[in-house]
Design a protein around this ligand. Sequence first.
Ligand code: FES
Length: 120
Amino acid sequence: MATWNLEETRHHLLICNGGSCMKQQADEVTQAIRDEISALGAKKQIHTTRTRCNGRCTDACVVIAYPEGVWYKEMTPELGRELVRKQLAGERLEEHTVYSYDRRFIATGRSVAGKDKPTS
Ligand code: FES
């Protein structure tokens, strides 16, 4: 198990690697996000974790960004790279935001009521 110094950690990206998301490039999204973090020298600022199903399979591939609590849908490798740049700039991928804890952005086309059930 890795242990790292948390003093500079400001962001945590939870990248869904559940079954539905894996069918929608989750592995490639994960690698693109990690590659962009490395390319920008931001390993100390952004931590990533692969998760199991996050319960929003119809939004695959799902990425959740903390500390803001922003849920992103239909992520691609290119969007993953853009997300890293946005996180570091204090911005969001508005077009792919499903929900955020501060409700600054609400879903553009799908309910946030939680009727979608996980399929994996
Ligand atoms: S497999 Fe990713 S949200 Fe269900």
